[in-house]
Design a protein around this ligand. Structure first.
Ligand code: PA5
Length: 443
């Protein structure tokens, strides 16, 4: 199993054993598809059952985009962008766009409503050739729809309507929705977000796979390792299963009034994995007045900002640290003649060793301060490890939701802000609430 979980600084083995029956029940609910939201379980066997013809088309289109474009814009929000961004930053680099490469720069747009952000992206593209992958299951989400209007117009002005349609790829529902209708009428190449896969579980569908393949990641290796992880996690009904161990520990801690889980990593390239994880767990578990609050930190940077709170603030936290056993580069620290910073004792030492000691020291300090610690380790940051980690977290999230007693596959709460925003903007159909909202704002 490529993913390992240690709970020795979080919960006792005896405590884990005490919840075996509950874990078993949650496991059966998930793998037998008998729980709430079971019409959204497509992700569970997706690594085996994915559409192989479409997968080949993804690779062919990725090659076409690489050959014809210097920039790819990925338009989407939430589950329609976080996974791809997480993969590219983790597997390539947070500086993927700046580093020398023979693949296009990739920018993520349509994930906010900022005119400044879009203007700057237009400037970044400049006169360079670009393509667009617009991703929206519903096809009506405001943020990506606004961005798509701008970049569709820009493509049509630059390449004409016929040229633009060769550069627009739509990832959306197979039959329904505004984006599907538009794609059919304009003749865009389309990829399918399966009906039974929700946005936050969709990174291993064309939603994530196309942008990830454009960045030059080996998506065959990714899917192969994901299938192996799937088989291992579904088959093992014990605390040897890393998902059981993680889910058991985090729920025991939650019952013990640890209400916030902080996901951290000592590699900055992990930052968007944590953003993806926050959506996955926050949207899946945060409902019915329940759920751990998922937060994230970048260590060691945040030890110099959030470290004080974690060490001594309100004792309602625990940490889950993802460690990467083999970093990509060996960087050895040099000596200086004057040793003004007093660090010559580290001369000749690999930075990976220093980082590991920082991790170990942090764990012990935080545990001493009343912050339990779970460690999730992955071997390296390659495509295979990424697939395994994604599936591990997805499986753990479904399992944890059922353990907690919520439907891990719906998100009714995300509609509230949209209704208010539409009413305040005067969208037809929302007029009834406009006056009441305005008077609350003016009171
Ligand atoms: O998990 C989810 O369902 C959400 O994050 C959606 O992915 C997000 O709101 C985007 O929705 P859509 O793909 O319909 O534009």
């Amino acid at each position: 199993m490529a993913i390992k979980v240690s709970t020795k600084y979080a919960v006792s083995e005896e405590a884990l054993r005490s919840i075996s029956d509950e874990m078993k029940s949650a496991h059966h609910t998930l793998v037998e598809g008998i729980g709430a939201g079971n019409d959204y379980l497509g992700w569970l066997t997706l690594p085996r059952d994915y559409d192989k013809e479409e997968f080949s088309r993804i690779k062919a289109v990725a090659k076409k985009i690489q050959d014809t474009s210097e920039v790819l814009l990925v338009i989407g929000i939430g589950g329609s962008y976080l996974g791809a961004r997480a993969a590219i930053e983790l597997l390539k680099s947070p500086y993927y766009n700046q580093l020398p490469k023979n693949t296009p720069e990739i920018y993520f747009v349509g994930n906010n409503i900022s005119g400044d952000y879009l203007t700057e992206i237009v400037e970044l593209i400049g006169t360079r050739d670009f393509s667009v992958n617009v991703i929206s299951k519903s096809g009506t989400t405001t943020e990506p729809a606004i961005a798509f209007r701008i970049f569709k117009t820009m493509l049509e002005e630059r390449y004409g309507k016929g040229g633009a349609k060769e550069r627009i790829y739509a990832t959306t529902d197979k039959a329904r929705g505004a984006l599907k209708s538009l794609a059919d009428s304009e003749g865009y190449e389309t990829f399918v977000i399966p009906d039974n896969v929700g946005g936050r579980y969709s990174v291993l569908t064309p939603v994530g796979l196309l942008p990830i393949a454009v960045a030059g990641v080996d998506i065959d290796a990714m899917m192969d390792s994901t299938e192996k992880t799937m088989q291992a996690l579904i088959a093992d009904e014990s605390f040897e299963n890393p998902a059981w161990r993680y889910v058991g520990a985090r729920n025991l801690l939650y019952r013990d009034a640890k209400k916030t889980e902080i996901l951290g990593c000592f590699e900055p390239r992990f930052r968007f994995m944590a953003e993806w994880w926050k959506q996955l767990f926050g949207e899946s578990e945060g409902k019915d007045g329940k759920g751990l609050f998922p937060a994230s930190v970048d260590f060691t940077a945040d030890l110099h900002s959030m470290g004080q709170y974690i060490q001594e603030g309100e004792r309602t936290l625990f940490e889950t640290i993802v460690t990467i056993e083999n970093p990509n580069h060996n960087v050895v620290i040099g000596a200086t003649e004057d040793n003004l910073d007093g660090l010559n004792f580290l001369a000749g030492v690999n930075m990976a060793h220093v980082n590991r000691q920082a991790f170990l020291g942090t764990v012990l300090a935080h545990v001493d301060g009343g912050v339990p610690n779970i460690e999730i380790s992955m071997e390296r940051t390659d495509a295979a490890s990424f697939g395994a980690l994604v599936y591990f977290f997805e499986f753990a999230c479904g399992l944890s939701g059922y353990f907690l007693g919520v439907n891990p596959f719906n998100q009714p709460g995300v509609e509230a802000y949209k209704k208010n925003m539409f009413a305040l903007l005067g969208k037809p159909g929302y007029e009834d609430s406009t006056a009441a909202l305005r008077s609350r704002l003016d009171a």
